[in-house]
Ligand binder design. Structure first.
Ligand code: SF4
Length: 287
């Protein structure tokens, strides 16, 4: 296994000292969610990635952020201290910190729903403890930002919830989901995300993770994948093709709407031509 941080020949990690990143300017890269947006609807991708039009999160998304923050904080404690009661007690303060940083979140949850919101978050944390015991191992890293540029210039970026390295050297990449596990027929998006993480790790560390694990806390189910090099190389070609299509659309601004039943959950319906709206003027590709 290569040392963490080593790159494969011809594959460059993105330089995090790059001023366009360090100063928070726009530097587009393909992430699992943005790739999925483009596959679902190119115009949705444009609104989110290029125009960067703010969206109102759902209460479920806010709850997910809260639970992720508790689990991240939990692994900042020494292993013996990561007991369930301690984790559940972290939910209230973590929510207070989130609500103080962004008061619109508290307004979104609402006074009458706050107690139920917090108790649902605690139930998800409690479910987590039925799936694994965090006092029994030490992760290699948590909430890791991983970025790479493939040889053809495709930029990849992702945030990995947790990486575990066993004493045998085997690597497990873990992602927490606060919803329920998908039915077999609807696992494509989950598999897409897992392969994306596997490729990022492969291209930045030169090692293929032995296991990718999605932990669905709502029903305490795991979805796992043991990726193979051949399928990752094939997946890499798929991502490169998606990125090239995005770049071509970026030049012309031609991001076509693709209506589907998912439009019911789209925050941009009022500006979407498929629903009688008008998109704002195209701001141009940010490079
Ligand atoms: S409403 Fe539907 S078609 Fe329009 S941008 Fe959103 S997802 Fe795309």
């Amino acid at each position: 296994m290569s040392e963490p941080g080593n790159s494969l020949p011809g594959v460059s990690p993105i330089d995090s000292s790059d001023p366009t990143i360090a100063r928070g300017r726009r530097s587009l890269a393909l992430s699992p969610s943005r790739a999925s947006d483009f596959r679902q609807c190119p115009l949705l991708y444009r609104f989110r990635a290029v125009d960067r039009i703010p969206e109102t999160p759902s209460v479920a998304q806010v709850r997910g952020t809260l639970v992720h923050s508790v689990l991240e904080e939990l692994y900042g404690l020494d292993a013996p201290e990561r007991e369930r009661a301690r984790a559940e007690a972290m939910v209230g303060p973590a929510w207070a910190a989130m609500a103080a940083a962004d008061p619109t979140l508290d307004a979104l949850v609402g006074d009458g729903e706050r107690a139920g919101f917090l108790s649902d978050a605690m139930a998800l944390v409690a479910n987590y403890y039925t799936m694994e015991d965090p006092t029994r191992f030490e992760p290699e890293s948590c909430e890791l930002r991983v970025e790479a540029v493939l040889p053809d210039g495709t930029k990849l970026r992702g945030f990995v919830d947790r990486i575990d390295i066993a004493p045998t050297g085997q690597m497990r990449v873990v992602d927490y989901k606060t919803g329920k596990s998908p039915h077999e027929r609807y696992q494509a998006q989950a598999l897409f995300q897992m392969k994306f993480y596997a490729l990022l790790i492969f291209r930045t560390r030169g090692v293929i993770p032995d296991q990718l694990k999605l932990m669905y806390l709502a029903d305490a189910q795991n979805l796992t994948l043991a990726p193979q090099e051949e399928e990752l190389l094939s997946f890499e070609r798929t991502l490169s093709a998606i990125w090239q299509t995005i770049l071509a659309a970026g030049v012309t601004g031609d991001f076509q709407p693709t209506p589907s039943k998912l439009c019911d959950w789209c925050d941009h319906k009022q500006r979407c031509p498929s629903f009688g709206g008008t998109p704002p003027p195209y701001p141009g590709w940010p490079e």
